[in-house]
Design a protein around this ligand. Structure first.
Ligand code: 6PG
Length: 478
């Protein structure tokens, strides 16, 4: 019982996390269902630090110092349940089991409740940053009890990425499934970010006929300004990359069907349950579904005419500048919607989530790391209960600077027949959330007509219904 912490599941993420811990001076117990992978970690990376390999789960648990901390890094769903069951049967009161995979937060809540009954702490921890981040410093979003964080936090803060100001990209998010909830929304925002970048790329490619590498130059340039972020940076790199086999731009030889493992869809499903309009994330997720709808796309290509006319672009430099602003505005809306979802989740599940701190721990390590996240932290610093991130003085003035360009881009795309689901839906949301009056009034009237669903009036308190099929008299409901 010497190891400070253990990791079970030695696929790339698990082994990289174990190596990161070892490199930071922790004694790390490691385990994998098939022993070959454990042996390979020792053979290839044993020199990273002090590892304590075990062949069986019971030896693995026995090798841990009390209170024990064991991290699970296996596939979400059934495989995680199986490992949780096995581990928990071997652990003792006060021990901590951490699920560092991309689990659905409701599963985490269920597991946490079950393990709490046994006196164990179950921590769902979001870990972002891909393979590279796991090894060199991810952003870590742990949920679970405060007591578990007292034991875990110092280790996680040490191995997480460090922001420019020296602060770690890890903090206690909130009870039970809060960590996985926040990681889920992080991924939803990631989907929206990737899609808006792709929409800007698509317009440069189709409307301006630019080559991939020239578009890469534009992204490299954008990465020097407000848009500076990991995703913009890697986009420039990808667009500059030439395929070795064909000699063509790499992006041009990739099949245009985007895959997804589910976290974006979870974000949207959860948002629907909570009644939060995350339209940017939803459209980004559906854009992937559309790209993968092969028979529908084939049928559409054969039968659907465009009746569109690509408008002439008199000033390509101006158009590119417009795209940059449209991208920034659509991104701000997507983030604002994502933070709304976190706030709604916190409210629903009783989590005390510091929204500003979430933006703070996303500044480095994670996939959506970006310069502008500091601005989100500052906004919640001004008002922790901000009802709408966009309404903060900084964001409302930033987005105002983008609006004419954003409208030009969406109008151009619509007239020319180019799909821009996130550019367009976020602009619609912007116009809806700022509207004095919405056509929801008519929807309410329709609902009352066909289903006696009732409505409220602008000029009187109470709930009303019109006797539509009789004398159309208005009645007040109790
Ligand atoms: C991260 C990533 C990571 C994973 C995505 C990919 O934060 O490190 O989000 O979790 O790469 O979930 O998701 P899709 O396969 O659904 O694109």
């Amino acid at each position: 019982d010497v190891a400070d912490i253990g990791v079970t599941g030695m696929a790339v993420m698990g082994s990289n996390l174990a190596r990161n811990l070892a490199r930071n001076g922790f004694k790390v117990a490691i385990h994998n269902r098939s022993v070959g992978k454990t042996e390979k970690v020792i053979a290839d990376h044993g020199s990273d630090g002090e590892f304590y390999p075990s062949e069986s789960m019971s030896d693995f648990v026995a090798s841990l110092q009390k209170p024990r901390v064991a991290i699970i890094m296996v596939k979400a769903g059934g495989p995680t349940d199986a490992v949780v069951d096995e581990l928990s049967s071997l652990m003792e009161e006060g021990d901590i089991i951490v699920d560092a995979g991309n689990a659905l937060f409701t599963d985490t809540r269920r597991r946490e409740a079950a393990l709490r009954e046994q006196g164990l702490h179950f921590v769902g921890a979001g870990v972002s940053g891909g393979e590279e981040g796991a090894l060199n410093g991810p952003s870590i979003m742990p949920g679970g009890t405060k007591a578990s964080y007292d034991r875990l936090g110092p280790m996680f803060e040490k191995i997480s990425a460090e922001a420019e100001d020296g602060l770690p990209c890890c903090t206690h998010v909130g009870a039970d499934g809060a960590g996985h909830f926040v990681k889920m929304v992080h991924n939803g925002i990631e989907y929206a970010d990737m899609q808006v970048i792709s929409e800007a790329y698509d317009m440069m490619s189709k409307a301006l006929g630019m080559e991939a590498s020239a578009i890469g130059d534009v992204f490299a340039d954008w990465n020097k300004g407000d848009l500076e972020s990991f995703l913009i940076e890697i986009t420039a790199e990808v667009l500059h990359h030439t395929d070795a086999t064909s000699g063509k731009p790499f992006v041009d030889v990739i099949l245009d069907q985007a895959a997804q493992k589910g976290t974006g869809a979870w974000t949207v499903q959860t948002a629907l349950d909570l009644g939060v309009p995350v339209t940017g994330i939803a459209e980004a997720t559906f854009a992937r579904s559309t790209s993968g709808s092969v028979p529908q796309r084939e049928a559409g290509r054969r039968t659907l005419s465009a009746e569109a006319q690509t408008l002439e672009i008199a000033d390509p430099a101006q158009f590119i500048d417009d795209l940059q602003k449209a991208l920034y505005a659509a991104k701000l809306v997507s983030y604002s919607q994502g933070f709304d979802e976190i706030a709604a989740g916190a409210e629903e599940y009783g989590w005390d989530i510091d929204l500003g701190a979430m933006a703070r721990i996303w500044r480095e390590g994670c996939i959506i790391r970006a310069r502008f996240l500091d601005r989100i932290t500052e906004a919640y610093g001004r008002d922790a209960k901000l009802p709408l991130l966009l309404s903060d003085e900084y964001f409302s003035s930033e987005i105002a600077k983008c609006i004419p360009a954003w409208r030009r881009v969406v109008a151009f795309a619509a007239a020319s027949g180019y799909p821009v689901p996130v550019f367009a839906s976020t602009l619609s949301y912007y116009d809806a959330v700022r509207a004095e009056r919405l056509p929801a009034a008519l929807v309410q009237a329709q609902r009352d007509y066909f289903g006696a669903h009732t409505y409220q009036r602008v000029d009187a308190a109470g709930t009303f219904h019109v006797e539509w099929s009789e004398d159309r008299r208005e009645t007040e409901q109790d």
